[in-house]
Design a binder for this molecule. Structure first.
Ligand code: ADP
Ligand code: MG
Length: 278
């Protein structure tokens, strides 16, 4: 978690505009699927070491936005910049090499491989990118794999086939795969879906810890998790950016409350750690 708004990478105070180049910046980012405008003119700017949550009702465009940032989809309009560089035209694997890691809303581990090998693949992929195609050394890979698995609490399950893990553990494995890439920007789409309450708690602690070394974009439904992790929150509704602010500001924002069906933003929602359908 960033120490306080405005203290990282800037010389100003919280009220002055940031001067440092954001890690992630989208401008006018838009995506239409046939007649459906899934993402409309979204400008988002995430400074280094921030934990930014992206929230919004189902169908708001969160996963589509993520797909545009990581390069799984092409935008209809607009641009994506990473560390000041326009990456809109880069393929997904090229973005991974630049240091963008992500986990999907729908779990995508290699079921036939064991836990260790899943993470090792992620490390090799990232290291190959940094070393311009050279292979990662086995010891280096092993060390990174061990560290990542320990951080998410899967160190006792290294030899288990990923397909045999409980769903919540598969999600943690995905997070370990992202972590092992030592990403500069780590994007997680609904990472706590399917986690048990104690796993969710561990996840919150992990995100806080990780923000010291990376920048995080967290797409998350579980509002207690959002409120506990995020430095700032961006709210999407029907494809558009509806509001942006600190957790306290977002909680008090009337437009946001209206977007959540007129109810108060569910900060104490009943779904802490509860599984939902992806
Ligand atoms: P969220 O992740 O916030 O729930 P999505 O980004 O998944 O929202 O979806 C935003 C809108 O775009 C929805 O109306 C959804 O039906 C539509 N959509 C998403 N992906 C596709 C697709 N591949 N083809 C057509 N429509 C899509
Ligand atoms: Mg989604």
């Amino acid at each position: 978690m960033a120490v306080a708004t405005g203290t990282i990478g800037t010389t100003g105070t919280a009220t002055e505009p940031r001067t440092a180049t954001p890690v992630l910046e989208t401008r006018g980012l838009s995506k239409s699927f046939g007649g459906v405008d899934a993402v409309i003119d979204v400008d988002i700017s995430v400074p280094e070491h921030e934990v930014r949550a992206l929230i919004g009702p189902n169908g708001a465009g969160k996963s589509t936005f993520t797909g545009l940032v990581v390069g799984r989809m092409e935008p209809t309009r607009g641009s994506v910049r990473f560390d000041g560089r326009d990456i809109t035209a880069l393929a997904a694997h090229e973005r991974i090499r630049l240091g963008i890691a992500y986990t999907f809303q729908i779990t995508s581990v290699f079921a036939e491989l064991d836990v260790r090998e899943n993470v090792a693949l992620a490390v090799r992929r990232a290291v190959a990118g940094l070393n311009l195609g050279r292979r990662a050394r086995p010891r280096q890979v092993r060390q990174r794999v061990d560290e990542a698995l320990e951080r998410v609490g899967l160190q006792a399950r290294t030899a288990t086939l990923a397909g045999d893990l409980a769903y919540g553990h598969q999600r943690l494995l995905e997070i370990a795969m992202g972590l092992a890439q030592a990403p500069r920007l780590f994007i997680m789409d609904e990472p706590t879906q399917g986690l048990a309450p104690d796993e969710t708690e561990r996840f919150v602690a992990l995100v806080r810890e990780l923000s010291a070394s990376t920048t995080i974009l967290l797409i998350e439904h579980n509002m207690p998790v959002v409120m506990a992790c995020a430095d700032r929150i961006s709210v999407l509704e029907a494809g558009r950016l509806l509001a942006e602010g600190t957790p306290a500001e977002i909680r008090a924002n009337e437009a946001v409350q209206a977007a959540y069906l007129g109810r108060e933003v569910p900060v104490d929602g009943p779904d802490v750690g509860a599984g939902g359908s992806p």
